[in-house]
Ligand binder design. Structure first.
Ligand SMILES: [Zn+2]
Ligand SMILES: [Zn+2]
Length: 381
């Protein structure tokens, strides 16, 4: 299946010429639940993983609520409570905080001894993405490689409370016998971080910087002035594509970050993994998806006591302000506005993950360093 993002209703680079040089191409992936093979690009699908290479496991200290049982462990846990109380009483005392971290580190050391065979200490990573160079040639494949594989550990990690991804680049021609992925550990994995396998349908779109990535306040002010009196919003409708995508400009939920590698190079977006694919639907929902999805009406209004409210009704339903009460309050009839919105229950199934509260996980990479170091940012509402 092909997906086509509609042409934009306005050309922002024509309205604001300084945006022209900031245009970037993003590859929207348009995931749809469905089976794929190791020889195809996919999201959450089977990987071309060599049979003679151990499947990756995550060995960081995952959150573990089980108590320690040794005398040393119990003493450390008692000291942790004390150290926590001390930090709480003097939150700006760096020495107290260091002491607290030292006790935590000791607890992790003892935990590794007490739970040496602990599956929580070696969680199998799960496949998130596989891209062949023929499908996503935009990726900076290191010399001699033509497959990019992204896996993540499907539970929460510091500091973002999010899955922890790793990226591999390999040469498909060197892989003959292919490994079978182990079953994820369903007890210790976060169910919402285990993707439904999806086919992808890469589509190139032009993006412009998200609001806080714009180069100046002066430009933001001119865009705000232009937005008054017309129906399109730069940030939601015109700048960055929602959903799971390669490259482009990040579709931030909170403030932007600009990661650098250890050698001081500015990193670029490799992959955004999104909790949902539908953003501002009028400009970003592909025409093919639009034909599949049912629509409803969102009705917004003011109430007689000066408040506001909204409700959702069926597309062919007529809203009667006189007969409607919200928490017992009547609606101001002249204030009623209606807008078509997709019925999310009818949006076709994608990776089916909920990252935090409708969050995005952003994987950045250094395109200059040959080993392509990565950084991760996670944001949610
Ligand atoms: Zn992990
Ligand atoms: Zn670098």
């Amino acid at each position: 299946m092909r997906f086509t993002t509609p042409d934009k209703p306005v050309d922002v680079a024509e309205l604001f010429p300084e945006l022209a040089g900031l245009a970037r191409t993003a590859v929207r992936l348009h995931p749809r639940a469905g089976a794929t093979t190791v020889r195809e690009s996919s999201l959450g699908g089977p990987l071309l993983w060599p049979a003679d290479e151990a499947w990756p496991v995550c060995e960081v200290d995952h959150p573990d609520p089980r108590p320690l049982t040794s005398a040393e462990g119990r003493e450390l846990e008692r000291r942790l409570v004390e150290a926590h109380r001390a930090v709480g009483a003097s939150p700006h005392d760096a020495a107290l905080y260091r002491a607290y971290q030292a006790v935590e580190a000791d607890i992790r050391r003892v935990r590794r001894v007490e739970y040496a065979d602990d599956p929580a200490a070696r969680l199998p990573m799960v496949a998130i993405a596989q891209f062949y160079a023929r499908d996503v040639p935009e990726l900076p494949f290191p010399e001699g490689t033509d497959v990019c594989q992204v896996l993540w550990c499907p539970t929460d990690h510091d500091p973002h409370y999010a899955p922890l991804p790793r990226v591999w680049w390999r040469d498909a021609s060197t892989v003959t016998a292919v490994a079978t992925a182990p079953e994820p550990d369903r007890d210790l994995s976060e169910e919402e971080y285990l993707p439904t396998p999806c086919r992808i349908a890469p589509e190139r779109v032009v993006e412009y910087p998200d609001w806080d990535d714009l180069p100046s306040d002066e430009l933001r002010e001119r865009i705000s002035a232009w937005e008054r009196g017309q129906e399109w919003r730069y940030r939601a409708d015109l700048a960055t594509a929602p959903g799971t995508k390669v490259g482009g400009w990040p579709d931030w939920i909170q403030s932007p970050v600009e990661p650098e590698c250890d050698r001081g190079h500015r990193m670029v977006p490799l992959l955004t993994v999104a909790s949902g694919e539908v953003g501002a639907w009028r400009t970003w929902l592909p025409v093919e998806t639009r034909a599949e999805v049912a629509f409803q009406k969102e009705v917004r209004f003011a109430t007689v006591d000066g408040g506001t409210g909204h409700t959702v009704i069926e597309r062919d339903e007529v809203f009667d302000p006189a007969g409607f009460r919200i928490f017992g309050r009547a609606v101001v009839p002249e204030s009623v506005e209606e807008e078509l919105i997709p019925d999310y229950r009818t949006v076709p199934r994608g990776m089916d993950m909920m990252l935090g509260d409708v969050g995005n996980l952003y994987i950045f990479m250094c395109p200059h360093c040959p080993d392509r170091p990565v950084e991760v940012e996670f944001q949610c509402t």
